[in-house]
Write a protein that binds this ligand. Structure first.
Ligand code: MF3
Ligand code: CO
Length: 250
């Protein structure tokens, strides 16, 4: 399958959907506090999804049972919300959510924490957001997927972190996962050419320690092998004639 180029009408739909998803995630961010379960966050997400009359992208996707992934501390991605997972002071949590609006998927992840947390952990989040910024700044017409991947790898390594190699960003639109795959490491000037109208989910997944991961027995939750912290941040980005537009930004 070639990389779909969205029409003006489709872009307008994705723009509106992106605003809804940004709003849902910002509302969830404000809910994060000591003592709540990650299941509570998923229930909130489901309420908001209903309120906006959109559909969850993740629920039932390959059997995934929830509207969000709620990955805490050493959990890397795809942690299933649970009543047993109660948030504590010092936790850092990535909330990944996808919605379908008028037939189009939007995909975004925010990361937040509960004070007090070490200065080093705060810096880890700040730096990971900078990695996402750098990656997005490479997502322009005429560039290649490898330019995005290389920006993630290079910036992460400059900070002393490890990008996870097994998990990638992706095209997003009528399907949650469309071509191209966007690895979190790679070489400049390689891979697919980027053109206006492409919509990409760019999602650096960065470990503070070593890059190695494993999947738990629930077949979903991915954790770091060395128990180090991991952060994921993600936006759906539209390539335009002039540069790009972050569709899932507040
Ligand atoms: N942002 C993740 C991805 O692009 C979300 C998928 S979770 C799943 O793969 F539950 F839908 F699989
Ligand atoms: Co994604």
């Amino acid at each position: 399958m070639r990389i779909p180029i969205k029409t003006k009408e489709e872009i307008n739909i994705m723009r509106a959907g992106g605003r809804i998803l940004a709003d849902i995630l910002e509302t969830l961010r404000k809910e994060v506090c000591e003592g709540i379960s990650t299941k509570y966050l998923d229930e909130k997400a489901e309420d908001l999804i209903k309120k906006y009359k959109v559909e969850p992208s993740f629920k039932n996707y390959q059997g995934y049972p929830a509207c969000i992934c709620s990955s805490v501390n050493e959990e890397v991605v795809h942690a299933i919300p649970s009543l047993k997972k109660i948030l504590q002071k010092g936790d850092i949590i990535s909330i990944d959510c996808g919605i379908i609006y008028k037939g189009f998927n939007l995909d975004s992840t925010i990361t937040t924490y509960i004070e007090p947390i070490p200065a080093e952990t705060k810096q880890f989040l700040k730096n990971t957001l900078k990695i996402l910024d750098k990656a997005i700044s490479q997502a322009i017409q005429g560039a290649r997927v490898g330019d995005i991947s290389n920006a993630i790898e290079k910036t992460a390594k400059e900070y002393g972190y490890s990008p996870v190699r097994e998990l990638t960003g992706h095209g997003v639109g009528r399907k949650l996962h469309e071509p191209p795959q966007i690895p979190n490491y790679g070489k400049k000037n390689t891979g697919e050419l980027l053109l206006p109208g492409m919509t990409l989910a760019i999602e650096p997944i960065i470990n503070q320690g070593e890059r190695y991961i494993k999947t738990l027995k629930d077949d979903w939750t991915v954790v770091t092998q060395d128990d180090s912290l991991s952060i994921q941040v993600e936006h759906t980005v539209l390539i335009t004639a002039k540069g790009n537009e972050i569709l899932t930004k507040i």
